[in-house]
Design a protein around this ligand. Structure first.
Ligand code: HEC
Ligand code: HEC
Length: 566
């Protein structure tokens, strides 16, 4: 070996060791993510904590917006581009959701993403108009996805209209030919970074995202093509991360509004809540003319003063400092740190959301950039702040405002009189709900896509293991070709393979006589029933079952007793 090479490698080794030393002195005593998750929040317990729980599963009788949409649309589609299309199709004007690529981010699954397989984050951004007798779907600030292909996992954050909180979910095992599972995540893990129980995002200029040219370029180079990744364009205008950031802030403020509604007015503050809503109606009616110093506004302040928590109400910090993964805009100290830690073997990071030990082995970020670092609140509100008014106004869509205007003859006094005449129970200390309030104001049972859980199967937690088939091998083909859509489907009607044990699943399959028909391709092909055949023609399971041959289908049909055989 040439002398200069030896010197160079020795030099590198010394530098690497120095880097490791720097890391271990500065960061290796950082608490693990599990420790952080198990630590109780230092925030004082508030009344709203009893109304809006931190349970993994949504409160009884309520579900996430995502579950509702999936139930209405018959299941989680595969691949990811189809899920993006599903979100687009919910919008009456086919509005594309926002999509960003984040190859080197700070999420739990960051270790599995890279320039060739960047993390994809998606945010729906539309409000539908209201149908004749109902309310249109509202998604702004309420529906977000994060997908890392190499981890086979989609993360979901979506709002729960009835419970007034965001739900944290995972679609595990999301891969070709796999049986995906839509489950509620271990919430405490998510909220170590999503600290307010809400969506989070970095600030301007969003160097981690492909809204920045350098990041988009690196992705293009690594992928060796301009072609979109899972239907997501490789570069984005900077307006995309800007709007994404805005939507996460809107989402964050929904939660703050719930705290103002519940804690700001207090358990017995029904009149305070009535006043808050009435001012919100003034505000939506004419934001430009809203007077925060009006007599009515001061009345709200007085009512809030009776109950407002002495320590104020914290608005969680949903913004993370911008971080430039190329290191180019870093300060010297950070650059040294990033350079030295690059070559040290830390492992590949979490394979999925349960792989926390691997996550902890990754080099920690400098605390000011680390989403795990406890962030001070964005702001602390007190009894003289009437932000609850603006917060409530945000829940209503433009179509709602039009409908209210129309119903009350474009006369704000009539609308406010209506708020004044509503029964006291409308202002009981339960989470604020746009749908519930619109129904009360208009005195009508308006329909809404995403509220009733009557037709839904029970929600699942991540702890429930997938079904292992041992004593009933006849279930194997059903697992392979059917479970993906009929096990864990949030729609009760389609969840007929969702039972807990092998024998229960077998019993429910045997009970479902239609299975014989939907597998009888020969008989129904070319008839008007052809579109009922299973698996659906546009699914991968169909292609696979076709390849497997008619015998497999015959065996599957045999599992289900024919109605005529007894
Ligand atoms: C180690 C920190 C960390 C943990 C733990 C974490 N996230 Fe995130 N998450 C982030 C960061 C940072 C972002 C924003 C930037 C990005 O996606 O890279 C994010 C973004 C998201 C998004 C996109 C919407 C948004 O808020 O910007 C979803 C959806 C999401 N996370 C879901 C989850 C779920 C579900 C869990 C729990 C299973 C979880 N996250 C746990 C750090 C984390
Ligand atoms: C890619 C998803 C997917 C796969 C895989 C799939 N199905 Fe379906 N299945 C559906 C959807 C969606 C419907 C509802 C269709 C409708 O209502 O028009 C459905 C409906 C059915 C129904 C009628 C249920 C009812 O009560 O209306 C039966 C029976 C059925 N599937 C059986 C099967 C069997 C057996 C398999 C495996 C061989 C299978 N499916 C695989 C998506 C799937």
């Amino acid at each position: 070996m040439k002398l200069y090479k030896i010197i160079a490698s020795a030099g590198m080794l010394i530098l690497a060791l120095a880097g490791y030393f720097y890391w271990s002195v500065n960061y290796s005593d950082a608490p693990s993510i599990r420790e952080l998750a198990s630590q109780q929040v230092t925030r004082q317990a508030t009344f709203s904590d009893t109304v809006i729980p931190e349970s993994d599963l949504p409160p009884e009788g309520t579900r996430s917006l995502f579950d509702h949409l999936i139930a209405v649309n018959d299941g989680v589609p595969y691949p990811f581009s189809k899920l993006i299309a599903l979100l687009r199709d919910q919008s009456t004007d086919n509005r594309e959701p926002l999509k960003l690529l984040i190859p080197h981010g700070r999420s739990l699954l960051k270790g599995q993403a890279d320039d060739a397989h960047p993390r994809i984050v998606v945010a729906a951004d539309f409000q539908n108009s209201n149908p004749q007798t109902g309310l249109g779907l509202m998604t702004q600030g309420q529906l977000f996805l994060g997908f890392v292909e190499n981890a086979n996992e989609i993360e979901v954050v979506s709002y729960n209209e009835a419970a007034g909180r965001f739900e944290f979910q995972l679609i595990k095992n999301y891969c070709e030919g796999c049986v995906p599972r839509l489950v509620y995540a271990n919430r405490a893990i998510c909220t170590t970074c999503h600290q307010g129980g809400t969506p989070i995002f970095s600030q301007r200029p969003w160097n981690e995202t492909n809204g920045q040219l350098a990041t988009a370029e690196a992705i293009r180079e690594a992928r060796g093509s301009e072609a979109p990744y899972a239907s997501v364009a490789l570069s984005q205008p900077l307006a995309t991360p800007e709007r994404f950031d805005e939507l996460t802030d809107i989402g964050n403020f929904y939660l703050a509004s719930q705290h103002l509604w519940l804690d700001g007015c207090g358990e017995k503050g029904n009149e305070c809540r009535r006043k808050m809503l009435s001012l919100a109606m003034h505000f939506v009616d004419n934001p430009g003319h809203f007077d925060p110093a009006s007599e009515a506004s001061n009345e709200l302040r007085k009512l809030q003063a009776l109950a407002f928590p002495a320590q104020g109400i914290q608005v969680a910090e949903s913004d993370l400092l911008n971080r430039d993964p190329t290191g180019e805009t870093l300060e010297f100290k950070d650059r040294v740190y990033e350079f030295f830690t690059r070559d040290i073997q830390f492992g590949e990071g979490a394979k999925d959301n349960e792989d926390l030990a691997a996550f902890d082995k990754l080099p920690p970020l400098r605390p000011q950039f680390d989403p795990l670092t406890v962030r001070p609140p964005k702001t602390i509100l007190n009894a003289t702040d009437i932000d609850g008014v603006y917060g409530l106004a945000r829940f209503f869509t433009e179509a709602d405002v039009q409908q209210l205007n129309h119903a009350f003859e474009y006369d704000i006094n009539q609308l406010v009189a209506r708020v004044g005449a509503l029964p006291d129970t409308v202002f009981d200390p339960v989470p604020f709900s746009r749908v519930r309030m619109m129904r009360a104001l208009l005195g009508q049972e308006l329909t809404y896509c995403c509220l009733s859980t009557a037709e839904m199967s029970p929600p699942l937690t991540a702890q429930v293991p997938p079904l292992t088939i041992s004593s009933h091998p006849e279930l194997n083909p059903f697992q392979q070709y059917c479970f993906a859509c009929h096990r864990g489907n949030p729609s009760k009607r389609l969840n007929f393979m969702g039972a807990e044990t092998e024998s229960e699943v077998l019993a429910s399959i045997r009970d479902k006589a239609e299975i014989r028909d939907v597998l009888d391709w020969e008989r129904y092909e070319g008839t008007d029933k052809a579109n009922k055949l299973m698996p659906p023609r546009d699914s991968q399971q169909y292609q696979k079952l076709k390849q497997a041959g008619a015998d497999v289908r015959a065996d599957m049909r045999e599992t289900v007793p024919s109605l005529f055989s007894f």
